[in-house]
Design a protein around this ligand. Structure first.
Ligand code: F6P
Length: 358
């Protein structure tokens, strides 16, 4: 009997997606007889609109080191999945219908938090789903790490390293705005690896005065420059709890493009130190996965194929304490793994003298 496996990648891309696709495919061909793999294009959008094709086995070769995703990806918000739009399409019914017309035995969904919510919805609709957790934000519940994260840490660290030399030459304060709207893992890890002086993350609203004091104290100790690693979603303590949209509106009203710009202005006014903002942006999601992510994505792919072989569906693969495992989709969907202010890594950073603005 032929085993038909669907694969899609959804949400923001990250390094390691192709390595994971390759892992699922190679392990499936290896482990089972008569495997056919159907690539669903552009995430759930392709599943809704019936954009898919039978892949050739050799399409999974030579993609281990390739960034992005060979299947394409689109953000299809979970909150809209049950809504019927102007096109009059029932998205959930279409996804179920297309799954059936593809005659799939299961569908692997590679994605982040939003993807896991839709994956769980489809699982509750009776489809056989296996999730693979990817995101540079590392904020998926139930896994110690997601693929894409460590490559992004490497990239953001390299940015901080390069900023260090120019900051030191000019005696400037440099703010590196790292990706992460809700989760500060990337900023925290890159901040530690890059030797930042201040780390500001969404989970720990900061006091502007404390940041200015940290910069001033360094200057008094003879360090004319300071590096601030700031997550794009970091908030001041007087703004804690405000919605992203409200903040963006407030900033625009004050004439700033971002929280980084506003903080730079505040530091410069208070200390007189020239302050610049650097935004690496999507560079953090681009290019080839690191060796660590190639391995992790391969492990997750192989684990997914193993679950297909064992007919264990409705779950997402995970790494816990260095061991491969899986969590039920219903346990993962709707939860986010954030940095707890009491997290060991925060303690380590504080013991190294890093300022969190608290
Ligand atoms: O979820 C990953 C992430 O990279 C966030 O850190 C970032 O805020 C967001 O995606 C930006 O995504 P995009 O510009 O692709 O919508």
């Amino acid at each position: 009997m032929t085993k038909r496996i669907g694969i899609l990648t959804s949400g923001g891309d990250c390094p390691g997606l192709n390595a994971a696709i390759r892992g699922v495919a190679k392990a499936a061909y290896e482990r089972m007889e008569n495997v056919e793999i159907i690539g669903v294009m552009d995430g759930f959008s392709g599943l809704i609109n019936g954009q898919y094709r039978l892949m050739k086995q050799d399409e999974f070769s030579g993609i281990l080191t390739l960034g992005g995703t060979i299947l394409g990806t689109v953000r299809t918000p979970f909150k809209d999945m049950r809504k019927i739009g102007d096109d009059n399409v029932d998205k959930v019914a279409s996804m179920v219908r297309n799954y059936e017309s593809m005659k799939l035995d299961c569908l692997c969904t590679l994605g982040g938090n939003g993807t896991h919510k839709t994956a769980n919805l489809l699982s509750e609709e009776g489809l056989n789903i296996i999730g693979l957790p990817k995101t540079i934000d590392n904020d998926i519940w139930g896994t110690d790490v997601t693929f894409g994260f460590h490559t992004a840490v490497d990239i953001a660290t390299d940015v901080i390293d390069r900023i260090h030399t120019t900051a030191a030459s000019h005696g400037r304060v440099m703010i590196v705005e790292v990706m992460g709207n809700k989760a500060g893992w990337l900023t925290l890890y890159a901040g530690i690896a890059g030797g930042a002086d201040v780390v500001l993350i969404p989970e720990m609203p900061y006091d502007r005065g404390a940041v200015i004091e940290a910069v001033t104290k360094r200057a008094e100790r003879g360090k004319a420059f300071s590096i601030i690693a700031l997550a794009e979603g970091a908030l001041r303590n007087d703004e804690a709890g405000m919605k992203r949209k409200e903040i963006t509106k407030k900033l625009a009203g004050e004439g700033y493009r971002s929280v980084s710009d506003r903080l730079a202005h505040a530091i410069e006014s208070a200390t007189g130190a020239e302050t610049r903002v650097v935004v690496p942006g999507h560079i953090q999601r681009g290019g080839s996965p690191s060796a660590y992510d190639r391995i992790l994505a391969t492990q997750f792919g192989v684990q997914a194929a193993e679950l297909i072989y064992r007919k264990k569906f409705g779950c997402t693969v995970a790494l816990q304490k260095s061991k491969l495992t899986q969590n039920p989709l219903k346990d993962v969907a709707g939860k986010t793994k954030l940095v707890a202010p009491a997290d060991d890594m925060v303690r380590i950073a504080k013991n190294m003298g890093l300022c969190f603005g608290d």
